[in-house]
Design a protein around this ligand. Structure first.
Ligand code: DCP
Ligand code: CA
Ligand code: CA
Length: 664
């Protein structure tokens, strides 16, 4: 299929680092002039043969598989299919055009080199120096001076040292950043009392009213607001102004540092601006999706996305599964909520958490006027193994009590176990306000109920119906991950095309509650679906889901295959406190940094794997490496002790990066 031909797969050759893409090689503001290949080579050389490297290769192989799969799907599309999807896409675009809203003025503001700027403000001797806030393990941010050398956030500090030999290190001090963040928020408040802060250094302000009331343009407000921030904090920020949040955020990065970019509320201007944008700028398109779209469809810009809209529709959207249904006819596919916590095997605590989840799920279902039939329990064990267990009830349920009855049965069957995450999802939803959409389902349901059959409307998905004695909802079936968890990869984030211009993925969802919308979005939204807690992505960890042939769910525990745990690795107990602070090293990755959080989780995962292998040789390797260390480090005692210093548990990054095979 020629239209879908993308760039050929890059496979190293005599410059293998060229195909080695990590989070560290992505350009940030201030890195425009960096010799990217040189940086790539240093990173490649320093990590080659390490567990981190192997993990990156594993992820790369997964992406390649996905690309091959999509290519194969593309190849099956006939001219007629493409014509059909072209029409679907055009219709969709017309709908979007009709819903375009240019009446609002949004301002997005983002502090410049935030942590580094705060540290420099507190210690003026750092001014003008290449500065990294963080440690040898991890850089939280780099000053613009350091960025010129390719040093950037999320990069191990010792790689930063190699790139920039004079790099100065300062330990992070979150109390300071919170203090300055609060000062900025006092300023935001004056322009929009309902401003949305998405991290310590970023916020969205709807300045429509302030512009109207004070007879000012967006540009004037941005200039004034930035001056006020500077005056009240001593720090600089950058701003973007545009008709919606997503574009405003893109704009705030354009003239960084200490700059602003204004996009007029004008259709032509917006259209031209968005057309030339690289797709990576779109919230929700990360490294993997970018690679897939480029290699399968040859798409790099938003304009090319529109040109290939028919293929996108065919491969990724709801349209490919559902033919021509209009968005109004679509139903939400699932509603879910999940929680991460410190790993525990305390069963009463786990049941308490389950009850909270059931209550949250009930709230969300009832708010939407929905009931559901398939309840899925998601578990992430202390070993990062992800298990999903699902039941399908005969009747629709949405009360806490009903949810809890089934959820408890599912959890009991898994016990004893130590968990770090639990989630509940309800799918096969039924809108209480809309009976017509499920009339067929109901009829079949009633038929089966009255015939007292052991079959289930889910047909092939169900191995066998089990009867839970004493439950009002009668027979339930236990189903597989694939059947029930289609939306799993899609929960957490939606790239709903309808929201394309207004939806911002980086908005923090308190309590990690997600509303899964459409099954097929799963593919497009893949990079952001790493659970929004930032833990390991479902496809990056051992995942198990069982079809259980159970006579009685109470006995189901006996039926769980031991294979479920056999292949899981044993990483450290990493989790994200408040969704963004690493429990192991205190490293903070604000909302919107899903990919970096994923990298960071992978890092600790690989780190602990490495630990197992290098326990004996660790000491000698560390001393060798430390002797080479060319960087100066200033470490003012943090007011608050960081988790990273916790009882020396943290393994030196040097050990982590030690070659697996020392003969290499
Ligand atoms: N941060 C972090 N780890 C990352 C990214 C960021 O700990 N991977 C922290 C340190 C940053 C702060 O969050 O100072 C804000 O992140 P930004 O991405 O906005 O980066 P900076 O403000 O440092 O630089 P700039 O916005 O000028 O590019
Ligand atoms: Ca910033
Ligand atoms: Ca930021």
């Amino acid at each position: 299929m020629s239209a879908a031909a993308g760039t050929p797969a890059e496979d190293g050759g005599d410059r293998p680092w060229q195909s080695y893409h990590t989070a560290y090689t992505n350009a940030k503001a201030g890195m425009e002039g960096v010799d990217k290949e040189k940086v790539q080579k240093v990173i490649y050389e320093m990590s080659k043969g390490s567990k981190y490297f192997e993990n990156e290769q594993r992820k790369e192989a997964l992406t390649k598989q996905k690309i091959e799969h999509l290519r194969a799907q593309c190849a099956t599309l006939t001219d007629n299919d493409i014509l059909h999807f072209q029409k679907v896409a055009e219709k969709k675009m017309l709908e979007l055009e009709a819903s375009r809203d240019l009446s609002k003025i949004w301002l997005h503001t983002d502090m410049d080199a935030f942590y580094a700027a705060v540290e420099t403000l507190e210690d003026p001797s750092l001014k003008g120096k290449p500065l990294a806030v963080g440690s040898m393990s991890m850089v939280a941010t780099a000053s613009y001076e350091a960025r010129k050398f390719g040093v950037r956030a999320a990069m191990p500090g010792f790689i930063g040292c190699k790139l920039c030999p004079g790099l100065v290190f300062v330990r992070p001090n979150f109390e300071r950043y919170t203090h300055y963040s609060e000062l900025t928020r006092k300023v935001f408040q004056r322009y929009d009392p309902n401003f949305i802060a998405t991290s310590l250094d970023e916020a969205y302000l709807n300045i429509t009213n302030v512009c109207a009331e004070r007879g000012m343009t967006g540009e004037e407000v941005a200039t004034e607001l930035r001056a006020a921030i500077h005056q009240e904090t001593g720090l600089t920020c950058s701003a973007g102004v545009a008709p919606n949040r997503m574009i405003a955020k893109v704009c705030s990065d354009i003239n960084k540092p200490n700059g602003q970019f204004i996009l007029p509320n004008d259709r032509e201007a917006v259209w031209t601006f968005v057309s030339t944008l690289p797709i990576r700028k779109i919230g929700g398109i990360g490294k993997v999706t970018e690679q897939m779209l480029r290699q399968v469809l040859g798409i790099s810009t938003c304009q090319e996305m529109l040109q290939k809209a028919a293929f996108l529709c065919a491969l990724f959207s709801e349209c490919s599964a559902g033919g021509t249904e209009t968005p109004e006819q679509r139903q939400r596919k699932s509603i879910s909520c999940e929680r991460t916590f410190t790993a525990t095997n305390d069963s009463s605590l786990l049941f308490e958490k389950l009850a909270n989840l059931a209550e949250n799920l009930m709230d969300d279902l009832q708010k939407e006027g929905l009931k559901g039939k398939t309840l899925t329990l998601k578990l992430k064990t202390a070993d990062f193994e992800v298990r999903t267990r699902a039941v399908t009830t005969r009747g629709y349920i949405n009360s806490k009590e009903d949810i809890l009855i089934y959820a408890t049965k599912l959890l009991k069957a898994e016990m004893p176990l130590s968990l770090r995450l639990m989630g509940l999802r309800m799918s096969q939803l039924h809108d209480e306000k809309d009976d017509s959409s499920t009339s067929t389902q109901k009829t079949i349901d009633i038929f089966f109920r009255s015939s007292n059959s052991n079959l289930n409307v889910n047909g092939a998905n169900v191995q066998r119906i089990t009867n839970i004695s004493g439950q009002d909802n009668g027979p339930i079936s236990v189903t597989t991950k694939d059947d029930c968890l289609g939306p799993d990869t899609g929960t957490g984030a939606s790239t709903d095309q309808q929201d394309f211009f207004v939806h911002d993925e980086s908005i923090f969802i308190p309590e990690q509650r997600n509303l899964g919308k459409y099954n097929n979005e799963a593919v497009l939204s893949n990079p952001v679906i790493s659970d929004c807690l930032g833990g390991a992505k479902i496809d990056d960890v051992t995942t198990s889901a069982k079809v259980m042939n159970a006579e009685n769910l109470d006995d189901v525990g006996q039926l769980i295959s031991h294979e479920a745990t056999a292949s899981s690795s044993k990483p450290g107990q990493q989790l994200w406190i408040d969704g963004f602070i690493c429990s192991i090293c205190g490293f903070e990755l604000p909302p919107g940094f899903e990919e970096e959080r994923q990298e960071h989780s992978d890092f600790h995962l690989a780190e602990s794997l490495q630990q197992e292998e290098t326990v004996d040789s660790k000491r000698s390797i560390c001393s060798e490496r430390l002797a080479e260390k060319p960087c100066s480090t200033t470490t003012p005692t943090p007011k608050k002790k960081l988790k990273s210093s916790k009882e020396g548990k943290h393994i030196p990054i040097d050990a982590f990066f030690a070659k697996c095979n020392k003969n290499l």
